[in-house]
Each structure stands twice: as C-alpha cells, then as structure tokens.
Write a protein that binds this ligand. Structure first.
Ligand code: FPP
Length: 257
C-alpha cells in the first residue's frame, strides 16, 4: 500500500502519532557521567528500547523507527563498534522471540551488506518470522543514512526503468523505492541527548514531521518521557503548508495545497 505523501496531499493526523521516529542519543554521556565505560550506556540503552517499544505499542503507535547505527557510526573506536554489533546480534536472537509473542513486526533498514553474514542471516530470519504480525511495526535503522536511502532508491528505480524519461520522474515514482516505503511518513521525530539535528536520518520522510528534542539521555528515556513528547505533539498545529484558519475550518481544503 502506498501512503499519502505530505507534500502531495494532507495526511490524516490523530491524537496518537501513527509513526514515531527516534534518534537515541546520549548513551555514551549517560555512562561517562557515572564513570562507567561508554558501552555500559549502550546496554542501558537497550533497556530503554524495550520500555519504549512496549509503551508505544500500548499507546497505539503503529510504526516505531529507531536509529540504532548510522552509516557514520563506523568511525567510532573499533571496540565500541564491535560491542554494538554484539548487542545487535544478541537482541536479534533473544528479543525477537518476545517481539513475536507481542505481535510486533520487525524490519531492519540500511545498507546491510556491511554487516557480517551471521548478522544478515539473523536479520532475514527475524523479519521473516515476524512478517505476519499485525501489531506495532518496529523498524531498526542500521548502517542507515538518509542520503544512502535516496541514492539506493534512485539506483533501484533506474535499474527497473532504464529507458525512463526524466520528465516523468515525480515523488510517486521515486518514493516506492525508499527503504521504508511500507510506512507512512513519521508524524513525530524525537531526538534525545540534547543535540538538535537530523544527523542524516530519514531526510525525505521527515519533510513535515513534528520535531521534538529533549536533553534526557537515551538510557533515561522511558514511558513517562514518551508521554511528554506526545503531549508536546498534541499541542502542535500541523498545517502542511496551509494557513491556521484553513486548519481550523478544513472543509473543502484537503487534497493538494
Ligand atoms: C547514540 O548514543 C547511540 C548509539 C550510536 C547506539 C544506539 C544503540 C542502542 C540504544 C542499544 C541497542 C539498540 C538496539 C536496537 C539493538 P551515543 O553513543 O552517541 O551517546 P553520546 O552522544 O553521549 O556519546
């Protein structure tokens, strides 16, 4: 199913964001503040992932997308990268059983060719196992970058339509090739850890997302913090380019605007 593009039409918005995308930042600083090694922050970060997945499902979020490892994170010290890989592998083995029991569908997006064959196999198995689940769709972005996504979409599109006339290229031709074409665009983007940037996350899909930044470090982010983000979201007026008056009296103004 193709979802409504926020730049072509006005999507439905609800009380609870349908799709929440999160940059989980601040694990290292959380650990350093406690005189612990940085990797201890990542372990606690995994606990926060569990809490937020559970709280999101309970609140009726349909899609939760977590930035676990960016295409630029390979630049980190080797032992931190290998710890994150082990954590990822362990989660794919253990957590997937629980996810499946909770009707969660798991997807992993990113350039997976850089991961070990073992991890790639675990990803395929986990996706296959949970594919038929109808609850929350949890997407883990791993070795993901927004620019990588746009480029791979363009490559795929051109490979399938080599004789394509450039004049026919529009959003609806490219969008189905994006890694997360199965999900609506995020309603709410959250970044923990105090930085206020997108860091090459979902560049295309965040066009009209509401942005929420908090100083809370990711290991401390829990259901109560998620509720604060949702409360902020509910205060927002999502205009999608319209005037406030049009939003208040929307009759006849939907569609392209
Ligand atoms: C950013 O904090 C966090 C990461 C690069 C890794 C995120 C990983 C987890 C939350 C745990 C595992 C999750 C899954 C889905 C298996 P940072 O290290 O950049 O923190 P800093 O900015 O304080 O240094």
């Amino acid at each position: 199913m193709q979802h409504v593009s926020s730049t072509l039409a006005i999507p439905d918005t609800g009380y609870v964001p349908r799709h929440v995308a999160i940059i989980m930042d601040g694990n290292g600083r959380w650990a350093t503040q406690r005189h612990l090694p940085r990797v201890a922050g990542h372990s606690r970060g995994l606990d926060a992932v569990r809490a937020v997945v559970e709280a999101s499902a309970a609140r009726g979020v349909q899609f939760l997308t977590l930035f676990a490892f960016s295409s630029e994170n390979w630049r980190r010290p080797e032992d931190e990268v290998s710890f994150l890989m082990r954590l990822f592998m362990m989660s794919l083995r253990r957590e997937v059983v629980k996810m499946h029991a909770n009707n969660i569908r798991l997807r992993v997006i990113g350039d997976l060719s850089k991961f070990s064959p073992r991890i790639q196999q675990l990803i395929r198995d986990a996706e296959k196992r949970t594919a038929g689940n109808t609850g929350l769709t949890l997407t883990i972005a791993a070795n993901y970058g927004g620019r990588w996504d746009l480029l791979q979409a363009m490559r795929q599109m051109l490979a399938r339509n080599p004789m394509m006339d450039p004049a026919t290229l529009d959003e609806s031709v490219l969008a189905p090739h994006l890694a997360m074409a199965y999900a609506p665009e995020p309603d709410l983007f959250i970044r923990t850890g105090g930085e206020q940037r997108i860091s090459n996350f979902l560049l295309w899909q965040l066009a009209y997302s509401e942005l929420y930044f908090t100083d809370v470090f990711w290991p401390d982010f829990d259901a109560a913090e998620l509720d604060k983000a949702f409360a902020s979201y509910r205060q927002r007026e999502r205009r999608f380019g319209r005037t406030s008056a049009q939003v208040m009296a929307p009759s006849g103004l939907s569609g392209t605007a």
